[in-house]
Write a protein that binds this ligand. Structure first.
Ligand code: GLU
Length: 274
């Protein structure tokens, strides 16, 4: 009898433990991401690792560097306080939304344009950067504008909207899609395409490091970048928008624009000051 009682008590405690663990891992939609970030004093950001000037891992020290990295750090401090930590997880154009939806990251700050299609699956902060799509070509290229890409091959990246955009301007262009911008640039340099297309700011970062290549003409679309977050996170969205405004008001924003773009040939930083 005593044994049975002991057994029952043991079973009850196991059951209780299972139930409480289950509650701790509520589905993401039922969690308050901002609340969790405050608890852990950490915001986990999805950032690019292959996009010089915006988000790039420096091979010398393994650190992420770029305008978006600095913005993420500044926003984290504004939201969590000066000891708040910004943690970085590398994403590509293709992996950023799935990683957010799985809960691997709290927010995406990775050259992602706010658009209607993406708004069906995630939410966005207000825009924190104004980019525009353009093309990168080899010096002396006969491709003078996006329209010249008809019957030519244009290189892009999977998961970016640039590939669809370019089809509107050059419907007969052939498109070669690579996994990330590092691979796309290698493809252009090895002659697998006549131009590489994505946002002007990303192309400017490539041109800086690759003499003999330049951004051709001006941007032919507008690409407002937003921070991607999961749906039903009004507190996080509000906190991000407030923090973005603060960086604009206190001069942090323009300071970072000048730091990263002040000296980049072919990119007029004055146009993106706020
Ligand atoms: N801004 C564009 C996009 O969101 C192109 C840059 C990128 O691939 O991240 O798709």
């Amino acid at each position: 009898m005593k044994k049975l009682k002991y057994f029952l008590v043991l079973m009850m405690s196991v059951l209780l433990a299972v139930v409480s663990v289950g509650c701790g891992s509520k589905p993401l939609s039922a969690q308050d991401v901002l609340h969790n970030a405050k608890d852990s004093n950490t915001l986990t950001w999805g950032v690019k690792a292959d996009t010089k000037l915006m988000g790039l891992i420096d091979v010398k020290d393994g650190q992420e560097k770029g305008f978006e990295i600095d913005m993420a750090k500044a926003l984290t401090k504004k939201i969590l306080g000066k000891n708040g930590k910004a943690k970085f997880v590398t994403v590509t154009s293709q992996s950023r939304i799935p990683l957010l939806k799985n809960g691997n990251i709290d927010a995406i700050i990775a050259t992602m344009t706010i658009n209607a299609e993406r708004k069906k699956v995630i939410d966005f902060s207000d825009s924190y950067f104004d980019a525009g799509q353009a093309i990168l070509v080899k010096d002396g290229s006969p491709v003078k504008s996006v329209k010249d890409l008809n019957n030519k091959t244009v290189i892009g990246v999977v998961g970016s909207n640039s590939v669809e955009n370019v089809k509107k301007y050059a419907p007969k262009a052939r498109v070669l899609q690579l996994q990330d911008y590092a691979q796309a640039l290698v493809a252009l340099k090895s002659g697998q395409g006549d131009a590489l297309t994505t946002d002007n700011v990303i192309l400017a970062g490539m041109a800086v490091e690759n003499p003999g290549y330049h951004v051709q003409g001006s941007a032919f679309t507008t690409e407002p970048y937003g921070i991607g977050i999961n749906k039903d996170q009004p507190a996080l969205r509000h906190a991000l928008n407030k923090a973005i405004k603060e960086t604009e008001k206190d001069g942090t924003y323009n300071k970072l624009i000048k730091k990263w773009f002040g000296n980049v040939p072919g990119f007029n930083y004055r146009e993106v000051l706020r």
